[in-house]
Design a protein around this ligand. Structure first.
Ligand SMILES: CC(C)(COP(=O)(O)OP(=O)(O)OC[C@H]1O[C@@H](n2cnc3c(N)ncnc32)[C@H](O)[C@@H]1OP(=O)(O)O)[C@@H](O)C(=O)NCCC(=O)NCCS
Length: 200
């Protein structure tokens, strides 16, 4: 995975990555910093994902066996931290992984988004998805597949609000919730290729 101070090798990507950290303001007026994740923040992100899984929120209960397994799963991903400018606290994690649904190198992105439990419903999830699209384009991905549990109302609402996604599939077996119940996955697709002059 790519953490703070690790670099990809394409010139345009290097130029863009030099822009991080970015300080920005959420629609709620809160100031946040976006930067590459530190190793400690990746551990915090893993803990937030496990906590979400324990509550049946967006991640399967047996999705990752251990932090080692999680780190292995996201190898090669770009990992970003959204941090409160005031407190320095990690508010959300955004991981741009390479989608397993594309049989090639770095073609399609699969975003992992996690907002700290106490920080939800303050538009951070929407902010992260918008950043996922923006950053994935800058990193040269041609498209994005969002794979979300069918009971994940928040992600589906975010996708609907942002627009530009197509619902392209439904997998009856998406994962297992903490109750033991199986849940399906909905797959959304978004084209990230640069617009050709004739499209504009
Ligand atoms: C999904 C998640 C990222 C959303 O983050 P968030 O910061 O709470 O989202 P936002 O505040 O941007 O809310 C987005 C929309 O979803 C709605 N929403 C948020 N949580 C909701 C919930 N539990 N039930 C119903 N609607 C919900 C909000 O009201 C908002 O809609 P609106 O703009 O029409 O009011 C967050 O709940 C989370 O981290 N969940 C666990 C991990 C997860 O599911 N990740 C995605 C895996 S694909």
């Amino acid at each position: 995975m790519l953490l703070k101070h690790e670099f990809r090798f394409h010139e345009t990507q290097l130029e863009w990555m030099d822009c991080l950290p970015i300080v920005t303001t959420l629609v709620t007026g809160r100031h946040v910093i976006i930067d590459y994740m530190t190793d400690q923040q990746l551990t915090e992100t893993y803990c937030m994902i496990q906590e979400a899984a324990q509550h049946g929120d967006g991640y399967g209960i047996d999705e990752f066996d251990s932090e080692k397994d999680f780190r292995h799963e996201i190898e090669g991903s770009d990992c970003f931290a959204i941090v409160s400018k005031d407190s320095g606290e990690l508010l959300a994690g955004l991981i741009l992984a390479v989608s397993k649904f594309y049989r090639g190198m770095n073609g399609v992105c699969d975003p992992f988004i996690i907002v700290k439990r106490t920080e939800r419903k303050q538009k951070l999830g929407e902010f992260c998805m918008r950043k996922a699209i923006e950053f994935a384009k800058k990193l040269g991905y041609m498209g994005m597949y969002v794979d979300t549990f069918s009971n994940n109302v928040a992600v589906q609402r975010i996708i609907e609000k942002i627009g530009g996604f197509q619902r392209v599939g439904f997998l009856p077996l998406g994962g297992r919730l903490q109750t033991g119940q199986l849940v399906g996955s909905v797959i959304y697709y978004r084209d990230l290729s640069p617009k050709k002059p004739e499209d504009t």
